[in-house]
Design a protein. Structure first.
Length: 130
């Protein structure tokens, strides 16, 4: 394992830049810098940003508050991608401006599904002390 990699295999630099991009996007969206009615009326959480190894592509996982109007919000983000890319490039100092891609974050639904499975009576019985 390289000295600049974590146990998961991603370099610390990729994780650090991804976190900087996430913070920049969250700040832009929170402040209402994007002049879009949908984004102005729907608070959006940027839960994670994954960078490509060459730092030229960033995949942003987003979730509208309470998961409401997810497709509409994703469409608005994708419509305003050029503006968001330029703003992120201005705030995050990298050699290249990363191309942004927005994807709905499904981790909350997956977590809820796993939690529901673990709470089922037959599963709880199998997991309990024997």
């Amino acid at each position: 394992m390289r000295k600049n990699e974590t146990l998961e295999g991603k370099s610390v630099r990729l994780l650090r830049v991804g976190e900087q991009v996430r913070h920049a996007l969250a700040e832009i969206l929170m402040r209402g810098d994007v002049h879009d009615e949908v984004l102005a009326s729907h608070p959006v959480s940027v839960t994670e940003v994954r960078m490509s190894p060459d730092l030229r592509h960033a995949t942003a996982f987003v979730k509208p508050l309470l998961g409401k109007d997810e497709e509409v919000v994703l469409k608005a983000l994708r419509t305003n991608t050029a503006y968001l890319q330029s703003e992120v490039a201005r705030r995050v100092n990298t050699k290249y401006a990363a191309k942004l891609k927005f994807i709905a974050d499904e981790s909350f639904e997956e977590g809820s599904h796993i939690d529901a499975l673990l709470r089922r009576e037959d599963v709880a019985r199998d997991l309990g002390d024997e």
